[in-house]
Design a protein around this ligand. Structure first.
Ligand code: FES
Length: 239
């Protein structure tokens, strides 16, 4: 009996080994057929535009969004018109603003009238001083004599406190034009006075020579020469 049982188990193992590959192949074919049926399932709710990719993709249509009134140029013309109009209006507004600002900032007519002053030099005799008012300040105009011109030119100006030659202070030697404001603390000097025959400031004792250069006293600088010009022979315009 043990021999019979051993023979029976050997036959069973042999049969199992023969049947196992066949069973595996059947199971694989079942799995594969289920996968294919799932891919092609008609019950899927997603209608993909890429279905059947590889042949021809399905592209969405934008025809519903196109302008059907005037083609593609009509909206462009309207856009260009609006941009151009707004640009022009903005430019006009900016121009008006800047123009108003400049007009407001510029000097008024009465200020311009005071900015320059014209003097008739023929009325000033030689050797005399005239004081005029220009922009609220006194201006000295001296009609110098030949001796005064020579004295002013012969002075060794290089060693002065504020070195300046007479030629740098006048446009015509006979006409000395300068502000009548002492360069110390702003007093008005007195003409034809002082130790150097020019101007003397009584406030603290500054002496200016016949060219308006500081020669003695606390003032640090020469009397200032303003802007002026001779438009005609006997006329000077200051400013
Ligand atoms: S202000 Fe002229 S000397 Fe002082």
């Amino acid at each position: 009996m043990p021999a019979l049982a051993h023979t029976t188990r050997a036959i069973a193992r042999q049969w199992t080994a023969h049947q196992l590959p066949v069973a595996r192949a059947a199971a694989a074919s079942t799995t594969q057929s289920r996968s294919v049926s799932e891919v092609h399932s008609p019950s899927s709710s997603f209608d993909s535009p890429f279905k059947g990719a590889g042949s021809s993709p399905k592209m969405p249509s934008f025809a519903a969004y196109r302008n059907k009134s005037g083609g593609e140029t009509a909206p462009k013309v309207f856009s260009y018109f609006m941009v151009g109009t707004m640009g022009a209006l903005t430019s006009l507004g900016a121009k008006a603003t800047v123009q108003d600002f400049l007009v407001n900032m510029s000097a008024s007519a009465d200020v311009l009238a005071q900015a320059k002053v014209e003097i008739d030099l023929a009325a000033i005799p030689e050797g005399k001083n005239v004081i005029i008012k220009w922009r609220g300040k006194p201006v000295f105009i001296r009609h110098r004599t030949a001796d005064e011109i020579k004295e002013a030119e012969d002075t060794k100006w290089e060693s002065l406190r504020d070195p300046q030659s007479d030629g740098d202070r006048v446009k015509k030697p006979e006409w000395l034009i300068m502000l009548g404001v002492c360069t110390h603390l702003g007093c008005v000097p007195i003409g034809e006075a002082g130790d150097f025959g020019g101007w003397f400031c009584p406030c603290h004792g500054s002496h200016y020579d016949i060219s308006g250069r500081i020669r003695k006293g606390p003032a640090p600088l020469n009397l200032e020469v303003p802007e002026y010009d001779f438009p005609e022979e006997d006329k000077v315009v200051i400013g």
